[in-house]
Write a protein that binds this ligand. Structure first.
Ligand SMILES: [Zn+2]
Length: 474
């Protein structure tokens, strides 16, 4: 598991995302700042994103049937996990469903996360963001956007703790309360529609809407019992009691109301939660949640991760080997072993388990990038060619992975291919959003590459990228 492509080291404060800031983003047209050749994904740039092969596979398995039922199978909608402990899930454009690690952790069953995806897919299928944009555009928006962005900041400030945020919010809200109410009423209509669509997609896939209802109930109770607590999910999905009641009536009419998730899916869900705990929580919290008396696979997984991250590598390796013994075909146990060895300064020993993980995962690109990183870190030039091959195929499937380009530059450099090393460094800078450095490196790469070759053309593309401004933000 990595954060923005690098090992998770410290917990970063994640940005507060509220409906109001989401609306501001919607007004900015999704906010791309670069318009590269094809692949770079500026929608997610700058966000604290968790990348993990195992979790992403599970979330794809949750989302795909729902997206198919919604007629969105061909849109390549990606689920993106944000490193944020609060409960939140939202859509900001037509191509991503964002979900916080906190929401995955709080969801006790697979069915609850599937319910959240069904609701968010309801927003996507209804084209809600586009309509919200139109609605706002019809209301002399420039001022509103500024207002909403201001309120978003005030909400963030109040979440960060302190009365100052409340005061700021009141001051901003007072003169514009009427506009605010009409926007929120509109958002509320969209929420009802998304609930409806969500239940329809769950019915179409033969899954229970119970998780969705239970989760929403839990969330609305938290708000009732603690009025000072502002949950970002409540900001993006206003949830008055009548909405929950309407959803419950609709959901209970489902023929699948009592249907349970398959046990193997629930186990994968519990493994995901254990993994998030092991990587993101303090060792004493992990130990409390998963005491040594708990011999379940998820508990052993959480403890092994926590041990490798916070105490003893050799002890952790013993625990991971125990997991491998229990499930010898689980690619993610070998991946964990490789990651622990690599981060513990033993790249040569990491190579074998990572090769195994790559093979068992059918060449998952994130695992192949880590394998290439280990090969590079051995400083053995005989591995350079293999690293180049792994990284090029991984990048073809993960074109946004800036760390993969950086590793590719290292591998080319070790081969003595300085032209391609420059190009890869330029691509790394570009994927990070550092356009100035990207241009400089691409310009130098052009002088070293045969004019008109595919690599030269790629370098030329980067040299000629124009920064795109958000023209519709006034
Ligand atoms: Zn919603």
């Amino acid at each position: 598991m990595t954060l923005n492509g690098t090992p998770i080291r410290t917990r970063r404060a994640a940005p507060a995302i509220a409906i109001l800031t989401a609306v501001a983003v919607a007004m900015a047209g999704g906010g791309p700042t670069l318009s590269p050749a094809r692949a770079q994904d500026s929608a997610t740039r700058g966000m604290p994103i968790i990348r993990d092969a195992e979790i992403e596979q599970l979330l794809r398995d949750y989302a795909q049937p729902i997206l198919r039922a919604a007629g969105l199978a061909k849109q390549n909608v990606r689920v993106v996990v944000l490193s944020d402990r609060s409960f939140n899930a939202f859509v900001m454009d037509g191509r991503h469903i964002f979900i916080n690690a906190g929401a995955l952790f709080d969801a006790k069953t697979a069915n609850e996360v599937i319910g959240v995806f069904a609701h968010e897919t309801g927003h996507l299928a209804g084209g809600h963001l586009q309509r919200l944009r139109e609605q706002l555009a019809s209301a002399q928006t420039a001022g509103i956007v500024a207002l909403l962005a201001g309120v978003g900041a005030a909400v963030a400030a109040s979440r960060a703790g302190g009365a100052a945020g409340d005061v700021g919010m009141a001051a901003i809200l007072a003169p514009q309360a009427a506009i605010m109410r009409s926007v929120l009423a509109y958002v509320r209509t969209q929420e009802d529609q998304a609930d409806h669509a969500g239940v329809k997609f769950l019915n179409a896939t033969g899954q229970s809407p119970k998780g969705m209802v239970e989760l929403f109930k839990r969330l609305s109770n938290e708000v009732l019992f603690n009025s000072r607590y502002i949950d970002p999910y409540m900001q993006t999905h206003p949830m008055p009691a009548d909405r929950v009641a309407a959803l419950e009536t609709l959901a209970k009419a489902s023929p699948y109301w009592d249907r349970k998730d398959p046990p193997e899916l629930q186990l994968r869900h519990d493994m995901m939660r254990a993994k998030l705990s092991g990587f993101l929580e303090r060792p004493d919290t992990v130990a409390r949640r998963y005491p040594s008396s708990d011999h379940s696979l998820p508990a052993r997984y959480a403890r092994a991760i926590s041990t490798y991250r916070h105490s003893d590598l050799r002890q952790a390796l013993l625990q991971i080997d125990g997991l491998i013994q229990a499930q010898p075909n689980n690619p993610y146990f070998y991946e964990l072993k490789g990651q622990a060895l690599l981060e513990g300064g033993h790249p040569a020993e990491a190579v074998a388990p990572l090769r195994q993980a790559a093979q068992l995962s059918h060449n998952n690109p994130l695992i192949e990038i880590m394998l290439a990183q280990s090969l590079n870190a051995t400083n053995n030039p005989k591995f350079a060619e293999e690293a180049v091959g792994l990284l090029r195929t991984a990048i073809a499937r993960e074109p946004e992975a800036s760390d993969a380009y950086a590793q590719l530059a290292v591998a080319y450099g070790r081969k003595g291919d300085l032209a391609n090393a420059d190009l890869a460094s330029a691509q790394a800078a570009f994927a990070r959003g550092d356009l100035k450095t990207a241009r400089q490196l691409a310009t130098r790469a052009k002088t070293r590459l045969p004019i008109g070759s595919p690599a030269w053309v790629r370098a030329d593309d980067i040299v000629n990228v124009k920064p795109k401004t958000n023209a519709n933000v006034q």
